[in-house]
Design a protein around this ligand. Structure first.
Ligand SMILES: NC(=O)c1ccc[n+]([C@@H]2O[C@H](COP(=O)([O-])OP(=O)(O)OC[C@H]3O[C@@H](n4cnc5c(N)ncnc54)[C@H](OP(=O)(O)O)[C@@H]3O)[C@@H](O)[C@H]2O)c1
Length: 214
């Protein structure tokens, strides 16, 4: 699955511009940690989850921590659910007057160095022996989405980024239970990419240390 955390400007009910973060897979793992991190600086965080009850549980947890969070049911492989969620977000926050809903949109695609073609073919890479074809191909494809979307949006101020959070303790795979990083560490990488300054480049692939080769 993919997790993205685009932040978009909207208007709050009082008419003041505020930032909205939209986090897919926000009910657990890196998505939940990113939602919490983004909630520090955003007026509102919308998390989506495949299971409505799981999403509402996570949103409730974040609300009890003091954050403004809404949960929506959405499965990224189900076009109807994506359209419904997009309609709700657009209707509630995306078309407010006074701000451009796209002026600071920053889609973040959560990728991995395992999807880097350069890394997979680098004899010095510590990951050279890792062969997980479906996962690696899906992340290479996601990276291509980042590049092509950034090109398509070059005339706008929308910045698209692929991030590698490194190896993080989540339920993603059994081995991840022993991973060195916490979801909160990954959330910092997502947060940085979701809050790029106007001067930042679009269409980059980064981890906590900087650029990752494609
Ligand atoms: N953990 C790592 O070391 C690591 C490293 C690099 C990249 N990543 C990437 O980070 C992202 C988040 O992974 P994670 O480690 O946080 O894993 P996780 O704890 O297993 O969480 C995965 C999340 O994605 C959701 N999801 C799965 N399929 C979906 C779909 N079709 N539509 C919408 N949501 C879907 C899951 O929802 P359900 O609860 O309904 O299953 C869950 O919320 C993934 O893209 C992963 O490839 C992780």
């Amino acid at each position: 699955m993919e997790m993205g955390a685009p932040s978009i400007d909207g208007d709050n009910p009082e008419g003041d511009p505020m930032k909205i973060a939209f986090v897919t897979g926000g009910n657990r793992g890196i998505g939940l940690a990113s939602a919490r991190r983004l909630a520090h600086d955003c007026g509102h965080v919308v998390i989506t989850s495949r299971d409505a009850a799981a999403g509402e549980d996570a949103a409730d947890r974040l609300r009890r921590e003091g954050y403004a969070v809404t949960s929506l049911q959405m499965d990224v492989t189900d076009e109807t659910s994506v359209k419904i969620a997009a309609g709700i977000v657009g209707g509630s926050w995306g078309t407010g007057s006074g701000t451009s809903s796209c002026s600071s949109t920053t889609p973040v695609n959560v990728s991995t160095t395992m999807g880097s073609l350069a890394d997979q073919t680098n004899p010095d890479s510590p990951y050279l022996s890792l062969v997980v074809p479906a996962y690696q191909s899906s992340k290479a494809a996601l990276n291509n989405v980042t590049i092509t979307l950034a090109k398509q949006l070059a005339v706008s101020s929308i910045k698209v980024t692929s991030v590698c959070p490194r190896f993080v303790r989540t339920d993603l795979a059994p081995a991840a239970a022993e991973a060195p990083l916490a979801p909160e560490d990954a959330a910092e990488v997502v947060y940085r990419a979701a809050t790029l300054p106007d001067s930042a480049a679009s269409g980059t692939f980064v981890d906590a240390q900087g650029a990752v080769p494609w």
